[in-house]
Design a protein. Sequence first.
Length: 458
Amino acid sequence: MRASSLATRLFLSATAWLVVILAITGVVLSSVYTSATERAFDRRLNLYLRTLIAEVATPDEPSEHQFQSLGEPLFELPLSGWYWQITRIDSEKPEVRASRSLWDKKLPKLEEQGAELTAAGIRLGYVDGPEGQTLRVVERPVDLGADGRYRVSVAGDATEIFDETRSFDLYLGGTFTALGIVLLLTTIFQVRFGLAPLKRISESIADVRSGRAERLEGEFPVEIAPLARETNALIDANREIVERARTHVGNLAHAVKTPLSVIVNEASAHGADPFAAKVLEQANVMRDQVTHHLERARIAARVSIVATVTEVAPTLEALRRTMEKIHRDRDVVIEVKADQAAKFRGERQDLEEMVGNLVDNACKWAASRVSVEALLEPPALPGDGPRVRIIVDDDGRGLSAAERAQVSRRGQRLDETKPGSGLGLSIVVDLAALYGGSLTLATAPIGGLRAELALPGL
């Protein structure tokens, strides 16, 4: 997908929103799970805390029976990460009792670390333990009146919280990654499916331009149906404009040629009169110029029509039969070899005019043989269309490089004894250029002139 395409823009915008939404959702879920894990851990610590407070509140019980009902062997294992500590804080020298697991260490005070009392009268927080491990601590001050004031703390190894959270994050990341891939594939499908009608309308326009269709056909979604209607209306309007141009060109040709013919006839009637000869000379120049420019206007109007394709082989065969009849008195053999797949992207009348001029010129100068060959060539560059190459060879005397340049100019003739106005090759050059083609002249392998016509194909 190209950076400027609608598909790329839709895909990138959808991907950006998808990444943002999944990232935010992942952070929120991870935070919620971490909080839930901490609350579950805190409930466990609070259970031990309440048990210790109950033990503190019954000082009459023998000391050897106190604090034996916590039911957690980790409190007996040295430096296990699970500790409790009871500190009497109303005496000059604080009395400290602690679990065996704490050994000779002491738990840090949450109060000194700025932890605030909650509504339940406890403090919660993380501290560094004796072995450098992170501990989750719950701490509560207890006032027993005459029996003293105490600070009861219970700590547990926070690794359990971190391991649970890390495991959840890994599962969450893997799940969201898989979900993101599935959603991206779904987005690609949606973009391609949603923009498929635009691709279809583009292909339909290409078919119209190349001549495979005359209009955009088929049903289109309501969002782009107006585009199809307007495109068809534009095609119809283009055809109407071209038809009107043809009519105007024909009318102008008749309007101009008739007065010129009258001028030529009147000047010819005066014989050797120098003035009449000058008028006749200039009238002929005017007639040639009018013919040339009217022909250009006519062929330009035809080239403006879209959706026209001409098969080359049948056209060349028809021209061969016509030229053999026209030049039957010269006994010229016309050979035609055409690729049956070759198609010219233009009107048959224009192809007949271009090739007809070349074959007619070859027949006039050939000694006995004219060869016509049509080839279909693949695109020279990516994005280009195929080309039709039509080669006309004769076995006449041929032309030098200077003569070839002269005859391709408008109205230039090398031999006034040959019939014609001298505009044939000039018209071929102009018409080929209007189609994006070209005409080149060279020496034919059979000895005469080679005229090679390159035109857009299909």
